[in-house]
Design a protein around this ligand. Sequence first.
Ligand SMILES: Nc1ncnc2c1ncn2[C@@H]1O[C@H](COP(=O)(O)OP(=O)(O)OP(=O)(O)O)[C@@H](O)[C@H]1O
Length: 274
Amino acid sequence: MTPAEEWSRRLDRSLIELGVEPAEARRLTEDSHEEARGAGADPSELYGPAAAYAVRLAQAVRTPQPRLSTMPAGEVVLRLSGVSKRYGRHTVFDNVSLTLRAGEVAAVVGANGCGKSTLLKICCGTTAPSGGVVERTARIGYAPQQGGVSGFLTPAEHFRLFGAVHGMGRRKAVSTGNQLCRRLGWRPRSGLSAARLSGGTQQKLNVVLSELNSPDLILLDEPYQGFDQDSYLDFWDQVLKWRDAGAGVLVVTHLLQDLERVDHLVELHRSEDQ
Ligand SMILES: Nc1ncnc2c1ncn2[C@@H]1O[C@H](COP(=O)(O)OP(=O)(O)OP(=O)(O)O)[C@@H](O)[C@H]1O
């Protein structure tokens, strides 16, 4: 038995001793083993002693929703007041207002080209508005429509990179990232670069990166393009969990059935000069 196998055997046994169901213990053990392989490290290097890691994992399993926003319920996480955007003489949208509070979900809808992605970029601060005022909380997560992941990095490398930006340790970033992936029904395979993932799976990685730091405000630009039906349901389940955990969620969507689940609707209209 290799040291890594011995560590996994100890982890599995410790989890069961701590009251975790044997099937769940096996799944957690396999996931940890895979994560360590993906990181090219011995599991004891990555997670420390198996018995101590089992205590942390067992606690995480018993906590149904580990992510809890730091915002008091009802606190404003995003306020748009009369926001407009122009490119040259072309007005994309005008006078958009929204108050989004912790524990609420808002949808942005509208035809192609009416400015949904532009509005999200304004909300996260990468594009400046032409007019109006944007107020937002400090801790935000953003899943852009395109370009959210790097094709040459593996999921674990993404977690380490994004985690470092948020001041997370390598181990914590990778184990949190993998845990969030599982909630979307995906178990990343070690060593596989993002370019080799399907389009829908790349989108799952994009969504997971947006929530890695437990943000108070999550901005998602059509995040489920390419998701199959089960992944789509997992995604909405996750949106509702974020909301219940106290985050504010702003999501661009084209799907009418999503609108039943939201607290606010921002409807953008194609401007006449298009
Ligand atoms: N950097 C830019 N410079 C000039 N025009 C831009 C720029 N970015 C976006 N636009 C224009 O702003 C308008 C809104 O674009 P945007 O991508 O926000 O629309 P959208 O509603 O998200 O579209 P889709 O539904 O197709 O994703 C489009 O007419 C687009 O060409």
